[in-house]
Design a binder for this molecule. Sequence first.
Ligand SMILES: C=C(O[C@@H]1C=C(C(=O)O)C=C[C@H]1O)C(=O)O
Length: 417
Amino acid sequence: MPKLLIESFYTEFSVSEIIAALFKTAVSKQFSFSAWRLPLQENLQISITFQTEIIPENFPLENAPAGFIMHPFSVSEKNKPYFLKADLLFEADLKAEEISGDDLTSSPLADDFFSALKAALQTPETDTKWHIADSETNATPRAGFEELVENAIHFIKKSETEKIVPSRAAEKHLPPHFSPVNGFLKLTQQYPLAFVSLVSAPEIGTWLGASPEILVQKDRNNIFKTMALAGTQKLVSGQNAADAIWRQKEIEEQSMVVRYIISCFKKIRLREYVETGPRTAVAGNLLHLRSDFCVNLNEQTDFPTLTSDMLHLLHPTSAVCGQPKAAALAFLNKHENYDRRYYSGYLGPVNVNAETAVFVNLRCLELRQNEAILYAGAGVTQDSDPQKEWLETELKMQTVAKALQILTMPDDTATGY
Ligand SMILES: C=C(O[C@@H]1C=C(C(=O)O)C=C[C@H]1O)C(=O)O
């Protein structure tokens, strides 16, 4: 594939201006834009997709071309799983002020895109537009959410269900002249440990997030990874994460996720994995308990499709749905009373630079015309307290909202943060 030389023309502009122009051009042409930064990496990846593709739920990642997967929590007529093939793929280094790109298609649409990109760079910046999905959001008021948690506790006590993860959406005003690309760049600076992403596609809308949770990853050394992340407490300023003390409730909650991952390994008869933890992990303003699982696929050659197999077995994990999965899902479908859309689904790059990294879509928001829809949930067990679970969802929503200076609506009932 020809490496696109970043022509002298582009050197007049900063890398962040070029990324903003890539975004603007993709949106104006009804193309899809995805940008991401993997945890602990410096470089940003940006991909442009001319045509999104609806994929089956058991989409095999191993054979896919380079691209980005975006999967909802539950597949429905409105929320479909998509593969955003990387027709143009860029890599940007903000510190070195360098950006390079590959045309992976040699389609005439690429030439067309680059002419429009040049024009976009030379047009004075007006208010940014982004793709907006055609969907309604049902923001959950505090009383409604606390009642949902109360119901979940009651249900757990009288059934075999151990854990349910109710969630909610909230609507917040966007600050004037909000720029998704600036928001994305801010999140990359603020959250070096997170998977930071910005996805904008006509069918999906526009999503920004900083996820702390790997669902499945296969790196370029052929190492498979997944994690059990659950249990939440606020990070107190000046506190050393390693000194955090966890209650029985959180320890149990997280161990359910561990057991669930191990049951998925058992289903496919994989016996050799390395498990470490649980240890305390920092995620923005929060702490979680995390166990890591690792499989060396150079040694375990009987599992060539482990990444896809585990992805389809794991989702939705008990960190975002509950335990056992079927009963928790049935409870949520009946009582949650809003559409999670892509929140707590999964997203991430597939076969980009010989690596696949799929994350749970958490600490995310969806952009509408003048508002952001924030999403968060909290693991409920028989020991939960509805008010604390509400505050936990508030804190989770603040991860992205605070960094982007997204204002609280006047009628918002949240206090204390
Ligand atoms: C459900 C969310 O987070 C998940 C639930 C957690 C919990 O219940 O303590 C912790 C981390 C995540 O696995 C969310 O961020 O919305």
